[in-house]
Design a protein around this ligand. Structure first.
Ligand code: HEC
Length: 100
């Protein structure tokens, strides 16, 4: 997991509000030892009401060479809504502290 300086204080504490432009990046590996990087997923905070159906985040998938891979943001959102619950403290604004 990578967070830029705008996102890190919020993400690490799972508290507060992500400022516009805050960026989270996840490195995706295809093995348990995390030896083979297969790509990245990224989310960047947008302005309020810019993309209400996407939680006001831009969602992106990239391959290992950082080329954008076409993906359906609504799929990202649906899963994050399911896994990143604010009610049990494991999520904040569709970001996840850990998988539950
Ligand atoms: C199958 C469910 C699922 C789908 C689909 C999914 N995610 Fe996630 N994502 C998670 C979970 C769970 C985490 C929490 C960290 C972990 O356990 O890997 C996460 C973490 C992340 C993170 C790291 C920041 C954070 O919230 O922890 C980013 C960035 C991210 N996902 C982006 C995306 C993007 C972009 C897509 C669509 C292209 C996507 N995800 C699709 C379940 C999903």
């Amino acid at each position: 997991m990578l967070a830029d300086s705008a996102a890190w204080p919020i993400y690490s504490a799972m508290k507060g509000a992500y400022p516009v432009g805050a960026t989270l990046v996840k490195l995706e590996y295809d093995d348990e030892k995390c030896a083979t990087l297969v790509g990245f997923t990224a989310m960047q905070k947008l302005a309020a009401a810019e993309a209400p159906t996407l939680g006001d985040w831009a969602w992106q998938r990239l391959d290992a060479d950082r080329n954008v891979v076409p993906s359906t943001a609504s799929t990202c959102v649906a899963c994050h809504k399911h896994h990143c619950q604010e009610t049990d403290g494991t999520g904040l604004d569709l970001s996840c502290a850990e998988e539950k």
